[in-house]
Design a protein around this ligand. Structure first.
Ligand code: AR6
Length: 183
C-alpha cells in the first residue's frame, strides 16, 4: 500500500465486479457494447440496463473513457476506458494507456467519487506487456491525483497473483524510504 497525502493506493486480488466503491473502471472496446474479459464480467454483473445506457453513448475513442451508472453493481458508477491494443510499442500505446488512467480519474473526480478501482487495462486480450502497463498505471494515477483531490482510495484490482505481485512491487518501490542519517 502507498499513501500519498489523503489517498491510499493498494493492489488486491479481487473480482472487480464485487467491489463496493464509488466507481469501477472497465477495460472496454471502442463500441462500448461489451465483450469478454473484465468487460463481459462487468456487463453480466450490472445487468442489461448497463448495455442500454452504453448504447446511447456513441462509442469511445482509444485512450478515452466514458461514465455510466453502476446499475446492479455495488459500485455507483462504471467508467468505461478503452485501452490500446499492443502492436509492439510504436503506435503510441504508452501514451494511450496513460490517457485511460488520466481520463478515468478525471471522470471520477467530476462524479465526486472518493474511491475507484482499476483493472489492468489492456493486459488481457489487448496483450500490453504487463510490467510496462503496471508502471504506467501507477505513475499516471500518482501524477493525476493532484487534479482529483477528493479521491481517497485507489484499488488496483488484479485477477491473479502474478499481476498482484507486479503492482505490489511497483507501489513498494515508491514508498518513501526513511531519510538516511547525515554522515
Ligand atoms: N476483475 C478484475 N480483473 C479482471 C477480471 C475481473 N472480473 N476479469 C479479467 N480481469 P481484458 P483488455 C483482468 O482482456 O486487455 C474485452 O473483450 C485480466 O486478467 O479484460 O483491455 C473488451 O470488450 C487482465 O489482467 O481487457 C475489449 O474488446 C485485465 O483484467 C478487450 O477485451 C484486462 O484484460 C479489452 O482487452
Amino acid at each position: 500500500m502507498l499513501t500519498l497525502g489523503y489517498c491510499t493506493l493498494e493492489a488486491r486480488v479481487v473480482d472487480i465486479t464485487t467491489l463496493a466503491v464509488d466507481a469501477i473502471v472497465n477495460a472496454a472496446n471502442t463500441s462500448l457494447l461489451g465483450g469478454g474479459g473484465v468487460d463481459g464480467a462487468i456487463h453480466r454483473a450490472a445487468g442489461p440496463d448497463l448495455l442500454r445506457e452504453c448504447e446511447s453513448l456513441g462509442g469511445c475513442a482509444t485512450g478515452d473513457a466514458k461514465i455510466t451508472g453502476g446499475h446492479r453493481l455495488k459500485a455507483r458508477h462504471a467508467i468505461h476506458a478503452v485501452g490500446p491494443v499492443w502492436h509492439g510499442g510504436g503506435r503510441g500505446e504508452t501514451e494511450l494507456l496513460a490517457a485511460c488512467y488520466r481520463r478515468s480519474l478525471e471522470l471520477a473526480r467530476d462524479a465526486k467519487a472518493k474511491s475507484i478501482a482499476f483493472p489492468a487495462i489492456s493486459c488481457g486480450v489487448y496483450r500490453f506487456p504487463a510490467d510496462d502497463a503496471v508502471r504506467i498505471a501507477v505513475q499516471t494515477v500518482i501524477d493525476t491525483l493532484p487534479n482529483a483531490p477528493a479521491v481517497e482510495r485507489v484499488i488496483f484490482a488484479c485477477f491473479d497473483e502474478a499481476m498482484h505481485a507486479r503492482y505490489e512491487a511497483e507501489l513498494e518501490r515508491r514508498v518513501q524510504a526513511p531519510p538516511s542519517k547525515p554522515a
